[in-house]
Design a protein around this ligand. Structure first.
Ligand SMILES: [Zn+2]
Length: 90
């Protein structure tokens, strides 16, 4: 579980996500399946908000070690988009 403070903190992961272009599937608001289309490896990324702070975690090895992996970056990008769409529809 890592705390999302700013985009710069996960910048290298975002850059990698742009290169790998993993497939992000929405399981539910805040829960995403991220698949590497080349290897077929799929991990679950969870995004949540606690006390006004945003947290995210990934089930891959790097994610379990508390590192911002590209799965997490890709899911967070999808989550932010989904959250803004939800906010716009209310
Ligand atoms: Zn990961």
């Amino acid at each position: 579980m890592i705390q999302l403070t700013s985009a710069t903190a996960i910048e290298s992961a975002i850059t990698k996500a742009r290169t790998v272009k993993p497939l992000v599937r929405v399981n539910a608001f805040g829960s995403y399946s991220v698949m590497n289309k080349t290897t077929g490896a799929t991990y679950t990324v969870t995004c949540e908000k606690r006390d006004g702070k945003r947290f995210a975690s990934c089930t891959c090895r790097a994610g379990e070690l508390g590192r911002a992996c590209y799965h997490l970056a890709a899911a967070v990008a999808a989550h932010i988009q989904l959250a803004s769409e939800r906010a716009a529809s209310h």
